[in-house]
Structures are given as structure tokens and as C-alpha cells.
Design a protein around this ligand. Sequence first.
Ligand code: ATR
Length: 283
Amino acid sequence: MMNLDENTIKKAAVIGHPVAQSLSPLIHKHWFSETGIKGDYIAVDVLEGALEQQLEIFKNEGYTGFNLTVPHKTAIIPFLDKLAPLARQMGAVNTVKINPDGTTTGFNTDGIGLMQHLKLSAPGWQQDRPALVLGAGGAARAACLGLLTSNVPMVMIANRTREKAEAIADEIGRGRIVVVDWGDRENALAGAGLVVNTTVLGMTGQLPLDLDLVQVAVGTIVYDIVYKPLQTELLAQATDRGLVAVDGLGMLVHQGAAAFKIWFGVDVGLDERLRNKLDEALS
Ligand code: ATR
């Protein structure tokens, strides 16, 4: 076993394919420098067939843990010793902790990231009104699971391919997720206290999200998990209407902060300097 004391450089990483575009090294290195923890965080491009081998390398080299992105979030599960409850419910892992005895635990911090970010950036969020989630991929599943931990009476989910929304409602809904037709998304806005776009629409290179916010009630939070660009057409429209518009940088940063806490036991977040660094990296 490795002899880890406070002078040992802590090691963490993100794996994916591709992974070069990942902002996680910038974010975690910032936190190492802010907290004074001696550590390094690298991005490793790992092909689908090389996942188990890479896990062994991390164990042998004394890594504290690693993050995972496409295409490894589900494929890692058979190689792990334990799964935290949220990772089990998601069927996907974005954070692995390598324990001092070499055993591994898989976590999913995406939903926690969204909820922490919402609490900080939208304190006026009216949780007594339903939430509307657009999309039904991994990010939508994380958003729904996160929202089910709040007090919202109901989460409405609308997706172009309705069956995928039905699958999320069936698997994690516990009676509080209601599927709405993609074509009815604007009508569903009327009662919502929060709208979350988890589709790729609005991202650089994609079509904008076609959503007229005319029916949205005052005080509704409009949340776009797209962060490239930071200011999407949806958020611009929300701001024009005097609604609270929240960009996707916070979710990215807070899912990372939850991983940092799992590995190193320290609370970190989106400070001004980190936002500036990310703004620059994204521009
Ligand atoms: P992730 O897992 O990262 O959330 P994903 O699984 O690729 O991403 O999901 C992308 C989402 O964008 C899906 O909800 C997708 O809708 P479908 O399930 O119908 O494919 C949605 N999306 C992509 N292009 C779209 C479009 N042109 N119109 C409406 N929704 C779209």
C-alpha cells in the first residue's frame, strides 16, 4: 500500500474519449491552488476497451480518484467494488474514489451539482411550483433525480423522443414525474417555477432551442445547462423578460466541487477567479 501523508502529492484525473476539451483540469487545479492541497489533476484519453486497465494504473499509482465522461460513465460500473445510491439510480458514474485499501466506490455528482448551483444562484426559486425539464439524456436524468430531492410537487419532462422521457419517469419517477409532449412544452411553462434545458439545443453548432417564454410566470427560474456559449438565446430571452436566467457553468463547477469533497473532504465552489478563468477558456 502507498504511504500517503500530507506531503504526498494527491493525484486525480478525468478520463474520456475525447477528453482534450475537458475543463475539469482547469477547475480542479484552481481548487488545489486555492486550498493549498498539493495535488495534480490530468486529462487522460482512454479508449473504450482500455477502461479496466486504466483503473488498475490509477490504483497502482496511488490516485485518490478520477472523473469520467463519455463513453465511460456506465461501462465503469462492473469494475467497481461499490456504488453510492445516486450512481445506482442513475446507472452512471461520473466520479470514482479509490479508497486507501485499493477498493473503489462510484458516485454520481451531476444532480447534486445542479441542486447546489440552484440554491446559490436562484435563492428565490419557488419550490411549491412544478419544474419543467427539457430533454431526456443523462443530464435530464440527473436533473430529475436532483429535483426529486427538493420540495417541488411535480417534475414535468418533455423530450422530442417521448419514449425516453417515459423511461425516466418509469425508472425514477416515484409518481412525481409527469411526461409532457414535446409539442406541448410551451403550455407546460405556464405553471412552472423552474425550466431546465438539458438538450443540446442552443449549444455552439446546434440549432437554438425553440421555446417562447411568453407564458412563463414572474419569478420563474430559467436554467440552461449549455455553457458553450454561456449566454444562449434562451437565457437572453429570459433576461429580456425579467426572469432569473442561470447559465450552465455552475452545474459543471458544482459537480466537480462535489467530487473534490468526496476525494479530499474540502468544500470548494465557483469563486470570481475561477469564473474568469473559465470565461477566458470558453471564449
Ligand atoms: P446527455 O446524455 O449529455 O444529456 P444526450 O443523451 O445526447 O445528452 O441527449 C441530448 C438531448 O437533446 C436529447 O434529449 C435529445 O432528444 P432525443 O432524445 O429526441 O434525441 C435532445 N435533442 C437533440 N437534438 C434535438 C432537436 N433537434 N430537437 C429536440 N431535441 C433534441
